[in-house]
Design a protein around this ligand. Structure first.
Ligand code: HEM
Length: 507
């Protein structure tokens, strides 16, 4: 055979194989509708403009009836889900479901912690941690820390009296200080510093690397990632974090020894982990490291983005701000001018609760969350879903579906009044059971205590020319910042902040 004929035959064979591959891909899950797409690259263009991606995907998934096939390149499609019945069905059959494969990118940092683990390991940890972590006594301990940190926050905000302020970086430092102290018992005082501490910088670097990896077309593949500069940055940041955690763990074990091995005092999350037992065994150092790191990641940027957006929404709606202030006066009465609010009083602010819930509906901080079917797959509505099907629970899509939330683009806290029934399979800012946010009560308390103080101290004013540019990475963020103007309400409230600002932290 001539060489050209061999080449020709090879090309034909490869083309045939490629076409068979494409046929398999395009007929896979074809019981589910899909919006029009470009052959080979699929729906990449729907995701390529991040500022429009949420709107486009929402429009498409609603048009497709709540579930749609999505192609990103010539790979097997995944499903985007914003359908109540499907979600309810899969959640009730949760033994088949694990986290989607993109969670693997975060594993060098979080290991097999609560966010990334699956199966029996996740179940045991979740059981052991959830009861302890939601204990009122622990949350009350944490409220003292929230109060200390929000005193410092007010002194930071004081500098912006009558000025525009981008809330995003300020709230990030605030919630970072909180999570470090509640998770590890360390006081970083990041809020009082002009540059990031080494620890904070490393956490920020890792968040950046992983978020970029998830949203990048090339970096998803180990082949490209392992050859990029990112891997060097990742290793350096991980080494800093490991080193600090190691020092803290050693310090804790010395304190424990000196106060008696059986001391089970729980002041922070790390103490809780040191005392937890699974099958009669204490967690080892690696277990503890992965859970502490998990809490840092899960608990800081989520809360700071939520807090910034809630304040932004309040500034945007002066009538709502007025009602919120009236509620503060009514609940706190003569304590209105005291900065710190009690645990009990924070639970008596239903309107504040509604405003927080409505903000988290409009802006789901985690807009999408990946899942993967396991074992033998699942049969849904006479459709056989094979194992290893990846699907995304599209929180933003649920929250913006007019069938579930009429006039979804309108900011209406009354949707969440006690008379309105909210369905847990359509409203899920904190995710859905069984993988619902473990820090939900923590976050609500943190948000409420900070907002109550800020509201009573400042008038929040909308900047008409400022527009949010919200983009989904793993979390929602605004590329133009989250800016408002603040004005002090009265001198009486701005009592000297009693917070002690310790600049000598060594981390
Ligand atoms: C407003 C703030 C927060 C929001 C909007 C939020 C949202 C969420 C969501 C949507 C999930 C589910 C993710 C998924 O299904 O893949 C989740 C999980 C989780 N969150 Fe939060 N979160 C917040 C604050 C926190 C805080 C403060 C902590 C810790 C102190 C925390 C700890 C966790 C953990 C450990 C998980 C994993 C639970 C599991 O898989 O068992 N979160 N969060």
């Amino acid at each position: 055979m001539e060489i050209f004929e061999i080449i020709e035959a090879l090309i034909l064979a490869l083309t045939a194989l490629f076409l068979i591959h494409l046929f398999r891909i395009y007929t896979y899950l074809n019981e589910f509708p899909t919006p029009s797409f470009t052959p080979i690259i699929g729906h990449v263009f729907d995701y390529s403009n991040p500022s429009k991606a949420l709107e486009t995907i929402t429009k498409n998934v609603i048009k497709c009836g709540g579930i749609m096939r999505q192609y990103l390149g010539p790979q097997h499609p995944f499903l985007v889900v914003a359908d109540k019945d499907f979600l309810e069905f899969t959640c009730k059959n949760n033994r088949y479901i694990s986290k989607g494969s993109h969670y693997n990118y975060i594993k060098p940092w979080l290991g097999e912690g609560l966010v990334t683990s699956n199966g029996e390991k996740w179940k045991q940890r979740r059981r052991a941690l959830s009861t302890k972590f939601s204990q009122t006594s622990l949350l009350q301990n944490f409220l003292d820390i929230f109060n200390q940190k929000s005193d410092i926050l007010l002194s930071v905000l004081d500098k912006y009296h009558n000025k525009d302020v981008n809330l995003q970086p300020i709230m990030k430092r605030f919630t970072f200080d909180i999570i470090c102290e509640t998770a590890m018992g360390i006081c970083l005082n990041q809020q009082s510093q002009t540059t990031n501490t080494e620890y904070a910088a490393s956490v920020e670097t890792l968040c950046d690397i992983y978020y970029n990896r998830m949203s990048s077309y090339l970096m998803r593949y180990d082949f490209f990632y392992q050859r990029s500069d990112e891997i060097v940055r990742e290793k350096k940041a991980l080494a800093v974090i490991d080193d600090i955690l190691e020092k803290i763990l050693n310090l804790k074990s010395e304190v424990k020894k000196s106060s008696g091995e059986n001391d089970a005092t729980t002041n922070d999350f790390l103490d809780l982990l040191l005392n937890v037992e699974i099958d009669g065994k204490r967690l080892n150092k690696d277990d503890i490291r992965e859970e502490v790191n998990t809490f840092i990641l899960a608990g800081y940027d989520t809360s700071s983005t939520a807090l910034s957006l809630i304040l932004y929404k309040i500034a945007e709606h002066p009538d709502i701000q007025k009602k919120l202030l009236e509620e503060q006066k009514e609940v706190l009465k003569e304590d209105f001018k005291k900065l710190h609010v009690s645990f009990e009083n924070l639970h008596k602010m239903p309107y504040l609760d509604m405003v927080i819930k409505e903000t988290l509906r409009m802006h789901a901080i985690i807009p999408m969350s990946g899942r993967r079917l396991e074992k033998d797959g699942l049969k849904y509505d006479n459709i056989n879903l094979p194992s290893t099907v990846n699907f995304s629970i599209f929180m933003h899509g649920f929250h913006h579906n007019p069938e579930y939330f009429p006039e979804p683009e309108k900011f209406r806290p009354e949707r969440f009044s006690s008379n309105e029934k909210i369905d847990k399979f359509t409203y899920m800012p904190f995710g859905v059971k069984p993988r619902q946010c473990l820090g939900k009560n923590f976050a609500m308390l943190e948000l409420k205590s900070a907002i109550s103080k800020i509201l009573r101290t400042y008038q929040l004013i909308n900047i008409s020319e400022h527009q949010l540019d919200l983009k989904p990475k793993l979390l929602l963020y605004s590329a133009t910042g989250i800016c408002i103007k603040i004005r002090k309400r009265s001198k009486n409230i701005t009592k000297k902040q009693e917070a002690s600002v310790n600049l000598s932290t060594s981390y």
